[in-house]
Structures are given as C-alpha cells and as structure tokens.
Design a protein around this ligand. Structure first.
Ligand code: MN
Length: 254
C-alpha cells in the first residue's frame, strides 16, 4: 500500500521552525510534500494572487517555495505541482495562537480552508505563547490527528483549527473540542509621527483580550488544553436567514 500523500504549508514562510517540526512529525504518517511561502505571510487571510505570475522552486527534495500566499501554495500544489492529489492538507505549526475571530485573518487557517474548497480534509495547527517556541506537544498532536483524519475523514465543508497551549508536555491538561471564541475589541491602533513629521498608524498595539464564553478555543487554551475547533466555510447565518425572509417582500421592486 502506498503511503497517503500529505501537503504541508504555513504562513510563517518556508524557513519557519514550526513548518519543519510539522513536516517531520507527519513524515511518520504519510508522504509529505511541503509547498510554502518564500517569506512570512501571516495575516494574509485567504488572499489569492491573480495579478502577477507565481514562481515556485524546489529548495530540497519535497520542499517547494512559492512567492505567494498560503492559499496560492495550496492551489498551486493541488492543481498543478504535485504528482498525486493529497489525502490531507495541514497548515502550521503557526508561531502563535489562531483563536476566535483571528481565524479570518489567519493565513494558516486559510490554507486549510483552501484544502477544504478543493475537497481535501484539512487542519490548521498553531502553537500558543511566544518565542522561544517549543513544538514537541504540537508536533506529536499533529501526527496523531493526521492519522485519525486519514482513517476517519471529515464531513464536507469542515476543517479543524487546532491551538496548542504553551508549555512542556507534562503541563498539558488534555484535549477539548471547542467553539470559535470572540475577541473583545479594545483600542489597538498606535498613532505616531514618523521622522519627517507625518502621522503613521500601527495596527494591533496591545495584547488581544477575549470574551469568556466558557467553551471556546480561548477558554480551552487558557485552561492548558489543546483546543480543536471544527470550522465551516459556509458563513450563512441560518437562524437569521429565516428571520429575514420576511424582508423579501419589502425589498422587492415597487
Ligand atoms: Mn503566522
């Protein structure tokens, strides 16, 4: 039996230690091909490059770098570069958590979304805390989760967003299936003057704060648990859709 094909990417760039740790861990589960951005593309969201050509080069056997976004990498890999279609797409290990509303900015989560759009099971995995990062827990979890997904699959339109709390293996308090958390938005724009007297702005000056929902990704990671959140691409708000049906009449042309 041939080993399952696993596509690995990230948004921190091909030189990230997190990417290397992930590729090494998943090599125990399948045949890994890395296709990753040539530089950091964190917070690139689900951006796709349409207005210039993309270049790719193989920097080591099975390691390809692309001068595009994480979504470009998954698209190019699946639609053109890879000899066989991957059975699984895994993005990470991101340097820093991807919790709550941050998933919409995250290039890591978006890469997994692209896998789902192409019909391939996918998950994103992020390591909480700050530098120096330690990937033992996340890498081991990625290996086990990949094995499970290759065996069980995922329902269509579903990706998993995994966040691993900082700390050594013995500090981890287990695994929690969670829902997407919510950021409590505070002032986070820094406004300053540049050396020529012109105003500039810097987004995200202060540490993010979170609402305590009790069962969110944020709550789990804060409690020392590995958080696994199933996300869907269908953003339709079904309850509100039903409520707003009554507007159809009023919005129609007179
Ligand atoms: Mn990143």
């Amino acid at each position: 039996m041939t080993a399952p094909a696993i596509l690995v990417t990230n948004d921190d760039g091909i030189h990230s230690e997190g990417l290397r740790a992930l590729a090494e861990a998943l090599a125990h589960v399948g045949e890994v091909t890395v296709v990753a951005p040539d530089r950091e593309r964190s917070a690139a969201g689900h951006a796709l490059t349409l207005h210039r050509p993309l270049r790719a080069s193989e920097v080591a056997p099975g390691w390809h770098r692309v001068d595009g976004t994480p979504t470009d990498c998954v698209t190019l890999a699946v639609m053109g570069m890879l000899k066989r279609r991957p059975h699984l797409v895994v993005a990470g290990i991101n340097l820093g958590a991807n919790l709550g509303d941050d998933v919409t900015y995250s290039g890591t989560v978006s890469a997994a979304m692209e896998g789902i759009l192409l019909g391939i099971p996918a998950f994103a995995i992020s390591q909480g805390g700050g530098a120096p990062f330690e990937f033992t827990v996340a890498a081991d979890f990625a290996r086990r989760l990949a094995g499970l997904l290759l065996e069980q699959g995922l329902p269509p339109d579903t990706l998993l967003n995994v966040n691993v709390p900082a700390g050594p293996p013995e500090s981890i308090r287990g695994v929690a299936l969670t829902r997407q958390g919510r950021r409590a938005y505070r002032e986070s724009i820094v406004e300053k003057l540049d050396p020529r007297g012109k105003t500039y702005y810097w987004i995200g000056g202060s540490e993010p704060e979170w609402e305590c929902l009790g069962d969110s990704d944020y709550d789990a990671v804060t409690a020392g648990k590995i958080s696994v959140t199933p996300l869907r691409l269908d953003l339709t708000h079904y309850e509100v859709l039903t409520t707003l049906r009554g507007w159809e009449e009023r919005l129609r042309d007179p």
